[in-house]
Design a protein around this ligand. Structure first.
Ligand code: NAD
Length: 346
């Protein structure tokens, strides 16, 4: 067996159905007597329910979380922090990201209640933007102390976001399979996650509120978060970071449009590592399996349709090459330009 190393983080994970009744004892355990609830503008009703469930332990609610965690938004939230002594984030990666940024600045505990499949709630990664430039850190201080998964919160996730967020999570699992620091444990998690998405996402196309399928997708997202937290991501995540920063593309749809192209590129050098993913998708090749799944789910397939300029590949390739990611297949600027030309889709 290949030697491996695994860094894990102290975190309580509750996977269940009733976040409101789970929350109060958790808030007590983490000494939150004045909790600040964080969310995006679209999730205010959920935040109000949490405030009511917290009762006297609720101190304030901030509903201004936005994508890419701009530092100005974190500053604004800090201005209303008062003497709050903990954060509860409700929402997708944007709300969770704000909770992580605030925890980093204050050292206060953070309970995350994710409602998408981003996996951010598990990872020690925080991407923040200042003046349109995104920088990413890996720091154990941003790992939420507790995560509460509640399947019922995901029933309202619109189908298009369900599919693209699922692809965002699958990207973590795919890149973990060929990571230079992969291990048997993360391989197993990654393959189980891919199989879960492949089985349950198509069910949600016809029945978006199917409880069992929603539960399977949420669990797959949790596993994907675990491997994102533990393993070094490759070219796909590098490209997503660069394109997100350069062209402000919507996060999850951009992952969906890119992933089959990157996997096609990398499969030439990582066929064996990707074989279990191909099997889970029921195809000879992992890239073909992903393309077929993307078609079946009507996933976003063209970066141009998401707002990437048709002549934007050159600048992106230059930026990628300034600080290349570890990747199973070596690449140069012309490879990136070719890959992006295909993903642009014109
Ligand atoms: P998001 O959090 O921006 O949510 C997208 C939209 O969906 C928002 O309008 C939100 O209000 C709405 N929404 C969320 N859950 C919903 C639900 N259950 N029902 C109905 N509407 C719902 O999107 P995201 O893709 O989850 O997160 C993107 C952000 O997360 C980016 O900033 C990205 O960089 C970050 N991210 C970080 C990590 C990490 O490990 N640090 C990993 C993945 C993503």
């Amino acid at each position: 067996m290949k030697p491996f190393e695994l860094q894990s983080f102290e975190q309580r994970v509750v996977f269940g159905e009733d976040h409101l009744s789970t929350l109060l004892p958790l808030a007590q355990d983490f000494g939150m007597t004045r909790a600040m609830v964080l969310t995006t503008p679209g999730r205010t009703m959920g935040a109000t329910a949490i405030a009511a469930a917290l009762g006297e332990r609720h101190f304030a609610t901030f509903t201004g979380a936005v994508v890419h965690t701009p530092v100005e938004v974190t500053d604004r939230a800090l201005n209303v922090l008062g003497d709050a002594n903990g954060f509860i984030s409700l929402g997708g990666g944007s709300a969770v990201g704000l909770g992580k940024a605030l925890a980093l600045r204050t050292g206060l505990p953070h309970i995350a209640i994710p409602t998408t499949y981003s996996g951010s709630e598990i990872s020690p990664i925080l991407g923040q933007t200042r003046d349109g430039k995104k920088t990413t850190i890996r720091d154990k201080r941003v790992v939420p102390q507790a995560v509460v998964y509640d399947v019922s919160l995901t029933l309202s996730l619109p189908l298009d976001l369900t599919v693209s967020s699922g692809f965002n999570a699958m990207a973590h699992a795919f890149e973990a399979l060929y990571a230079p620091d992969r291990s048997p444990e993360t391989d197993r998690f990654a393959v189980e996650a891919i199989a879960g998405f492949a089985q349950a996402l198509p069910i949600l196309v016809d029945a978006p509120r199917d409880w069992d399928a929603r539960a399977m997708v949420l669990y797959a997202a949790y596993l994907s978060g675990r491997v994102l937290a533990a393993r070094t991501m490759g070219l796909h995540h590098k490209l997503a970071h660069v394109l997100g920063g350069l062209y402000d593309l919507p996060h999850a749809p951009m992952h969906a449009a890119l992933l089959p192209h990157v996997i096609r590129f990398n499969e030439a050098a990582a066929r064996e590592q990707l074989r279990p993913a191909a099997d889970a998708l029921g195809h000879e090749s992992a890239a073909e399996g992903l393309e077929a799944l993307a078609l079946k789910l009507n996933a976003p397939r063209h970066l141009a349709a998401l707002g990437m300029p048709l002549d934007g590949a050159g600048v992106a390739a230059e930026l990628v090459m300034q600080n290349p990611a570890l990747n199973p297949r070596a690449y140069g600027a012309s490879d990136i330009e070719k890959l992006l030309a295909a993903a642009l889709g014109s």
